[in-house]
Design a protein around this ligand. Structure first.
Ligand SMILES: NC(=O)c1ccc[n+]([C@@H]2O[C@H](COP(=O)([O-])OP(=O)(O)OC[C@H]3O[C@@H](n4cnc5c(N)ncnc54)[C@H](O)[C@@H]3O)[C@@H](O)[C@H]2O)c1
Length: 434
């Protein structure tokens, strides 16, 4: 199959490289000339484990190429995937669909022969209808259909998720699209994940429902963690106790500083907006968003309280900035709210993250960045762990203790066992563990 992938970010680049690895011919397009230039010279503009090798192999096999020229890349494509960003629209939380609609306008003119236009971006219900309307308006003679195929990959495990998905949801309105989509995903049949064919609107809503549910699960366990702290229970054990129940499942039950990242915050807001517009308010999701926002601020207070109620003039070492490990993505990372609160209260924040510092620097001008964890710790009044990179689990705690001015660890990801750390003479504050 000839596939054109429009948008070569976290989703487009991973999806494009994986489709090429399945044996399809893939052209990845991006409007960002600098990104395409880097990709052409073999440089991967994002951090995603295994992606550099996957891209290099498929470029070498002539199955994967990069361009900024959208129109020629669309001619001759069996399927054109749209994987551009859909950030929150300023002001009302609705998804900003301007990138998606701009792509629809441009591809309309270039479509040749029957083409399946696939929305892989996360888009509100009805966006497929609008993309179809735009293409039809610009090019009334085009032979095409619009499909919804939301992406469920997780950054940090994106290739594995793409190649071994739990399911692939495909929303179609034209039966001809089914054959094309089955052919595109046929190489997955070895692992036999279900291709779930549904209507286009159902598919669009399924993506939002999935993300809202996962955000709810995280927020639920975070509130249970607060209660654990009050009553002397251990949230990790509660999570295990409920997670072993197959009806609940153990994933997304790790208490922490609140969800962040490029998807949950904007997707929960967009779903709430759709619910309000349609007169079917999603009160649970509305509460989840409010609780999660408050939580990020509360995490800074945890650090402040550990230091006796004031951080003015204190030096705080912050380890981990990305919204989760194994990514460099800083979008809506809890660290942003935590740094803003601590710096706002007069603390000097010194930080280290293995991959995200280039992205974090412009977002946190008040922070001093270090090129390794131990250097950030020197003379600090406390250590706060904000992202659970494996490297932080393996820190030499005796060295940590010798570097810190005060042996205080605020572990917002429950990386350590309270008993182990306290035994080494630290004051240890966790999330929901006593
Ligand atoms: N990041 C994730 O983990 C994830 C997971 C599932 C779904 N999604 C969804 O996938 C979509 C893409 O997310 P992302 O994280 O890959 O975004 P991203 O910002 O990393 O990438 C989007 C890319 O699209 C390019 N672009 C914008 N307008 C363009 C145009 N007119 N022509 C060509 N390229 C254009 C941008 O330059 C950018 O490189 C979003 O809707 C997101 O919600 C993301």
């Amino acid at each position: 199959m000839n596939i054109t992938m429009i948008g070569s970010g976290y989703v487009g680049l991973v999806s494009g490289a994986c489709f090429a690895d399945f044996g399809h011919n893939v052209i990845c397009v991006d409007a960002d000339a600098n990104k395409i230039e880097r990709l052409k010279t073999g440089e991967i503009p994002i951090f995603e484990p295994g992606l550099d090798e996957l891209v290099a192999n498929n470029v070498e096999q002539n199955r994967l190429s990069f361009t900024t020229e959208l129109e020629p890349a669309v001619k001759g494509a069996d399927a054109v995937f749209i994987a551009v960003g859909t950030p929150s629209r300023r002001g009302d939380g609705h998804a900003d669909l301007s990138f998606v609609y701009a792509v629809a306008q441009t591809i309309a003119k270039a479509l040749k022969g029957f083409t399946v236009v696939v929305n892989k971006s996360t888009v509100p219900v009805g966006t497929g209808d609008e993309v179809e309307r735009i293409i039809r308006e610009v090019n009334p003679d085009a032979d095409f259909t619009v499909v919804s195929n939301p992406e469920f990959l997780r950054e940090g495990a994106a290739i594995e998720d793409f190649k071994r998905p739990d399911r692939v949801v495909i929303g179609i309105e034209d039966p001809r699209a089914r054959d094309v989509m089955e052919e595109i995903y046929r190489p997955l049949s070895l692992n036999a994940p279900p291709l779930v064919f549904v209507g286009r609107r159902t598919s669009e809503l399924t993506k939002y429902a999935a993300n809202a549910f996962l955000a709810t699960k995280i927020t639920f366990i975070n509130e249970i963690a607060d209660l654990c702290e009050k009553v002397g229970a251990d949230v990790q054990e509660v999570a295990r106790g409920i997670g072993l129940d197959k009806r609940i499942g153990g994933k997304f039950l790790h208490a922490g500083p609140g969800y962040g990242g490029s998807c949950f915050p904007k997707d929960t807001l967009a779903l709430i907006k759709t619910g309000q517009d349609e007169g079917a308010a999603l009160r649970i999701v509305e509460t989840v968003v409010a609780v999660n926002d408050a939580r990020k601020r509360a995490m800074a207070r945890k650090v402040i309280n550990a230091l006796g109620g004031s951080v003015r003039g204190k030096k705080i070492a912050l380890l981990g900035l990305a919204f989760k490990p194994n990514t460099d993505d800083m979008r809506d990372a809890p660290s942003l709210a935590i740094v803003a609160s601590l710096a706002g209260d007069g603390a000097q924040v010194h930080a280290y993250d293995p991959e995200s510092m280039a992205q974090a620097r412009p977002l946190m001008p008040e922070v001093t960045f270090h090129d390794n964890a131990y250097s950030a710790l020197e003379g600090a009044d406390a250590l706060a762990i904000v992202t659970e990179w494996d490297a932080f689990r393996a820190l030499d705690l005796d060295r940590v203790r010798s570097l810190l001015k005060q042996p205080i660890i605020v572990d917002l990801r429950n990386v350590y066992r309270p008993g182990d750390v306290r035994k080494r003479g630290f004051t240890y504050v966790s999330v929901g563990r006593t």
